[in-house]
Design a protein around this ligand. Structure first.
Ligand SMILES: [Zn+2]
Length: 232
């Protein structure tokens, strides 16, 4: 077999592999409170999600685009960024968007212990500005990596675990046209679509949204937060 090394793309392949294993395990023995997508009862509704922010530039740009189309979305913030940009957290909440918990420091929780996962969730909550009244109820483990202990910690804190069913791969600086084609080809009712409002370097996300959103609206899709979609 030769030596297997984590080369340039090795960790991404590993992430995808673990994600697929998690996904198929979830199909055969679904962990309670873990969502990749959600039945919408025939409604042509999808949920847009934005991870890793707030970002001092891109989050506001995305908020402006969502406002233009009257769309509310779910922002899975990282606690350390929320602490750095509290005013943007307030703007997200004031615009009617949902704030989800994406840990404090974005660790890999694939093999996490209960207490470690619990601490990350609570530390993120504590990093939110005190005047943002709504406590998050949705938790997205970084990279989609989780284990039973993470689910147990999240459930004990009254969180649902939210993954995704459409990955834009915007975090990898995927070309705008490829993001748009991927989303427009694969999006179906009930999908949870993964974007990032925090991308290091140049982000393709705002421009991709400008291409994707009018087309989805033209096709009859409507949008809701993940909390609304799962009834939480
Ligand atoms: Zn993330």
């Amino acid at each position: 077999m030769g030596n297997f090394r984590f080369g340039k793309h090795g960790w991404r392949v590993c992430t995808v592999f673990v994600f697929l294993i998690s996904y198929f395990l979830s199909l055969t023995s679904p962990a309670s409170g873990v969502y990749f997508s959600c039945s919408t009862g025939g409604e042509k509704t999808v949920a847009l999600t934005f991870d890793d922010g707030p970002h001092p530039v891109y989050t506001r740009e995305i908020l402006g685009i969502l406002e233009q189309y009257g769309i509310r979305a779910t922002f899975f913030c990282i606690g350390c960024n929320a602490g750095q940009y509290p005013e943007i957290v307030r703007e997200i909440a004031a615009a009617g968007h949902e704030i989800g918990n994406h840990t404090y420091g974005h660790p890999n929780l694939g093999c996490a212990a209960y207490e470690g996962a619990r601490a990350e969730i609570l530390e993120m909550e504590n990093a939110l500005p005190a005047d943002v009244e709504t406590r998050p109820r949705l938790f997205r483990p970084p990279g989609g990596m989780y284990c039973d202990e993470v689910c147990r910690a999240a459930a004990d804190l009254d969180y649902s675990v939210i993954l995704w069913s459409v990955d834009t791969r915007d975090w990898a600086h995927t070309a705008v046209e490829d993001i748009a084609e991927n989303v427009l080809t694969n999006t179906e009712a009930g999908d949870i679509i993964l974007f990032h409002d925090y991308v290091s370097g140049d982000s393709p996300t705002p421009e991709a949204l400008r291409r994707i959103l009018p087309e989805l609206i033209e096709r009859g899709f409507s949008f809701c937060t993940v909390g609304e979609m799962i009834g939480k």
